[in-house]
Design a protein around this ligand. Sequence first.
Ligand SMILES: Nc1nc2c(c(=O)[nH]1)N[C@H]1C(S)=C(S)[C@@H](COP(=O)(O)O)O[C@H]1N2
Ligand SMILES: [Mo]
Length: 388
Amino acid sequence: MQSNHLPRRDFLAYGSASLAGLTVLRSSLARAFPNRPGEEVVPWADQPPSVPTAAAGDVQNLQKWEDLNTWLTPNERFFSISHYDRPAIDEKTWSLEIGGSIGHPLRLTLDDLKARPRREVTFTLECSGNHGFPWFTAAVGNAQWAGTPLAPLLEEAQVRSSAKEVVFFGTDAGEEQVRSVKVRQNFARSMSLADAMSRDTILAYEMNGAPLPQPNGFPLRLIAPGWYGIANVKWLDRIEVRDTPFMGRFQARDYVTLREEQHEGKVVGIETSVGRTLLKSVPAKVTRQGDQYRIIGAAWGAPIAKVEVQIDGGPWTPATIDRSEEADHAWRIWSLDWERPSPGEHRITSRAVGFGGQVQPAMDDPVIANKRTYWESNGQVTRRVRVS
Ligand SMILES: Nc1nc2c(c(=O)[nH]1)N[C@H]1C(S)=C(S)[C@@H](COP(=O)(O)O)O[C@H]1N2
Ligand SMILES: [Mo]
């Protein structure tokens, strides 16, 4: 994994109640980041349009970036995306099945899962469609997820040597059409066996110290840190190990990035399935204390070495990264004091730089500009603000 050289704030705890975990959680929730007495938020001049009616079922609870004031996103402020429905599951009759290309099928109740080793991971979950539309700019949140690691369960299930992939099925389903054929399918996504065996991947039953809320997958969801939202299957009830690639809608037809690339002087279309998160940052808000202005933002998607801010197309200035709250897969909060902005409208852009030297691409970078679908829009974000 790319993040090994960073300090870990995630930890492994055994038993059903982790006191240490709760302590960390309370202090994180309580601690609002860079905040000065009498500080007020200056709202962005470029407010996103409201969610179109056609998308309002799928996409819920998007927040205003100006309201970001904690490292962990409280559950009631966490966005929710569902492509079918948001099933209400009775935990008493629910169980998880692990089957397919394995020697030892398993069926586990919620109590069985809670009795297993507990692992907590703080992970910033972003929909890969975020920033793909003008109204869709806040589909990202940071939570502390708790559950049991997936790898030991797969080991117990005795995965056959022919196995290639692990498919995760939700209980939510809908009708899907390929050419003239219509079938009812459950929401499902697969991962390679190697990716599924990653130590950070958990079957999560808690979010920020509470049972998973229904919109976020109660009673169980996959949490795959380092992967875009789509991989984190909610309302999970079946895990199937398979010998051949799974090609369901959300793997191979939808959530597919189509990009035009140059090859030997010709343009070729390349389609790839949305997978691992990409380096990204946003200016979240501008605050003001008297005539002292400050720009505050977030950066995530890969280990963040630095964040730079550009005002009105000027030089890139390094922001200060808040290192008081850190975890391998969680966003970093950054800030920059903005000395004496002149009255009028200003443009603020941020870019994240990773430890490998990779830079969050500009909107006119070919990697963004030659993309024909809206997913994986990790280009630099520019916001406008009016100073009086
Ligand atoms: N079963 C199921 N899991 C799902 C989805 C879904 O529609 N059904 N949506 C996915 C998408 S597109 C995203 S971005 C994340 C969103 O997680 P959240 O609703 O907890 O924010 O869940 C993913 N898991
Ligand atoms: Mo998504």
